[in-house]
Design a protein around this ligand. Structure first.
Ligand code: 8YV
Length: 325
């Protein structure tokens, strides 16, 4: 195991909780302070641990390969499509995410986005602020959750936390995943298209990456139908964005609520101009409370490694056996 003060490279913004936590126990090298990224990597190529403070920071195999002794990359975020987990697994590198500590927050946000989209709350507020209420009442919302079934696309920990909230609201839930989860009380659809045909809301909460790229495509949107509402809390990559824009423009579906986009932070101008969409700047986990918990979990995964203990939240592809030499 590394000596008393293990060396750690920090990729991404130097967030206070991460910097404070790691500097207390490690010698920390911050990439954000380096003038020349390549020279920085070459200078610190011998480190065995990398902390990553932002899912926007890409960590492909080529980058990990530049640290030949690498044992762990502890990243911020529950999603880890910014890292090459297959490559890491093949090279005995453990990747950790921040699963667990953001589940309820993201579920809360998902309900917020669902309600805002279905009941047009942001539009209603814009109406009030524009002084139009004094002229006439805001029109009744075209949609309601009272007569809708929500089809969950993905049913991991966050999906289940969303479903529990919908149960409390007496909204029927069904779900699509590759494998049925027998322990869950909801109807499972092996086919996404079949589910899209049967429901009037699709709520997307699957991991990003190649396996789910553009799974919400023109066909799925067509199946969702004229009254259909799409909510995306997952990754922009999961939705074929041009197909969604076309479906919204042609009114082939009713509305969309999007917390994530294909090319963040750029949001297509066509979406910006539409009145039947609710657009949020990737705020799913975005409270001080939860982001600090996520930052702390990055630290705790590195501290576990430094103490020779198993990582707290390894991603499924890189399950821990030992830290090796
Ligand atoms: C963050 C996320 O909002 O954890 C994730 O995978 O997408 C979010 O919690 C995102 O990383 C923003 O930087």
């Amino acid at each position: 195991m590394p000596a008393d003060k293990p060396e750690v490279v920090l990729l991404g913004p130097p967030k206070p909780v991460i910097v404070r936590g790691l500097e207390a126990a490690c010698t920390l090298y911050k990439a954000a302070e380096a003038k020349d990224r390549d020279a920085f990597i070459a200078e610190h190529a011998q480190v065995r641990a990398i902390a990553c403070s932002d899912t926007a920071y890409k960590i492909p195999g080529e980058l990990m390969a530049r640290f030949p002794k690498l044992q762990i990359v502890a990243s911020f975020g529950v999603g880890y499509d910014h890292m090459d987990a297959k490559w890491a697994a093949a090279h005995n590198i453990i990747l950790t995410n921040t699963a667990g500590v953001l589940t309820e927050e993201v579920a809360d946000t998902s309900l917020g986005l669902l309600l805002c989209t279905v009941r047009e709350f942001p539009q209603a507020e814009r109406y009030l602020r524009a002084g139009k209420w004094t002229e006439r009442a805001y029109p009744l919302s075209k949609a309601s959750l009272r007569d809708r079934t929500v089809g969950m696309v993905g049913m991991g920990a966050i999906g289940q936390a969303i479903a529990r909230r919908l149960d409390a609201m007496k909204v029927p839930v069904v779900y699509h995943t590759r494998k049925k989860r027998g322990e869950l009380p909801y109807r499972h659809y092996p086919s996404l298209l079949d589910m899209a045909r049967d429901v009037d809301v699709l709520l997307v909460i699957v991991p990003g990456g190649a396996a789910t790229a553009k799974m919400i495509d023109a066909k799925v949107l067509e199946a969702l139908g004229l009254d259909g509402i799409l909510i995306n809390m997952a990754r922009g990559s999961v939705v074929d964005e041009p197909a969604l824009i076309k479906a919204l423009k042609d009114r082939r579906i009713m509305a969309a609520g999007l917390d994530v986009f294909a090319n963040e932070p750029d949001v297509p101008a066509e979406l910006m101009a539409m009145d039947n969409v609710v657009l949020w700047p990737h705020v799913g986990s975005g409270s001080v409370h939860t982001r600090e918990k996520m930052d702390q979990l990055v630290v705790d995964n590195i501290l576990a490694w430094a103490a020779g203990k198993p990582p707290l939240t390894p991603v499924p592809e890189t399950l821990f056996t030992s830290w090796g030499a």
